[in-house]
Design a protein around this ligand. Structure first.
Ligand code: ATP
Length: 238
């Protein structure tokens, strides 16, 4: 059964000069679901998220958020309309405390009740224990939790997550993915997850979209993709 789409991408193309990074990409992220975009290094996954969130201008195609065409909306408008992008690389502000970093996620909203911060901390107890520490003291996994928590404070309808597993131990990846699943199941969040770690991503996602050289190769139920040995060997590296 298909759920209503929170995010629709239609025929999206993007280029860096002569490099055609995305070609005619169509996909949807459904409400209350995790949609994983998979593919090798250079497949165009990061470019896809950057184009959806307005950081890269598409050469063709459309992006719809809750049915509204936001293709050329400024990045700030995307955030207020309900799109939160957590880029690759866990950009915490190293000199600020965990608590201050979290507050940055809510800056544009004016006054935010303290219960909302408590709620985000309740999802990530490891971060809660470290609220007064400066962010540079955090481990990679803790930084990833912090940037996801910060994005949640924007109260997004759809969360774009770029490669959250990168460089983390499998146990930490499992913890983070389990929390993302929990947020989707209990908070009505919708997630577009970009991952090179296809095995882990497919274990948590509902739907998978495989990208190769900027094009969609296949879109299917995550469990079915994980069970397709030929596809796994050809594109997913496991
Ligand atoms: P990775 O996981 O390694 O980031 P990816 O699937 O996210 O891979 P992209 O980073 O989107 O892939 O890159 C897609 C293509 O666009 C690649 O051929 C890459 O070399 C190229 N590319 C990405 N960023 C730029 C840029 N700023 N300028 C020029 N080419 C770029």
């Amino acid at each position: 059964a298909t759920a209503p789409a929170v995010l629709e991408v239609e025929g999206l193309s993007a280029a860096y000069g002569p490099v055609r990074a995305l070609q005619d990409v169509t996909l949807r992220a459904e409400h209350g679901r995790i949609t994983a975009v998979l593919g090798a290094n250079g497949a165009g996954k990061t470019t896809l998220l950057r184009t959806i969130s307005g950081l890269v201008r598409p050469t063709a195609g459309r992006v719809l958020l809750g049915g509204e065409d936001v293709t050329r909306a400024p990045v700030e408008a995307m955030v207020t309309k309900g799109m939160a992008h957590v880029p690759e690389g866990r950009g915490v502000i190293a000199e600020l405390t965990v608590d201050e970093n979290l507050r940055v996620g809510a800056l544009f909203r004016g006054k935010v009740p303290s219960e909302e911060f408590d709620r985000v901390y309740s999802f990530f107890p490891r971060i809660a224990e470290r609220r007064t520490q400066t962010a540079h003291t955090l481990s990679g996994g803790e930084r990833q939790m912090l940037v996801i928590g910060r994005a949640l404070l924007a109260r997004p309808k759809v969360l774009l997550l770029d490669e959250p597993s990168l460089g983390l131990a499998p146990r930490i990846v499992a913890q983070i993915f389990a929390m993302v699943r929990h947020l989707v199941d209990t908070e009505g969040l919708s997630v577009l997850l970009v991952e090179q770690n296809a095995r882990s991503a497919l274990s948590v996602a509902d739907t998978g979209v495989v990208l190769n050289l900027g094009r969609v190769v296949v879109t299917d139920d995550a469990a079915r993709l994980a069970g397709d040995e030929d596809l796994r060997h050809a594109y997913l590296g496991f």
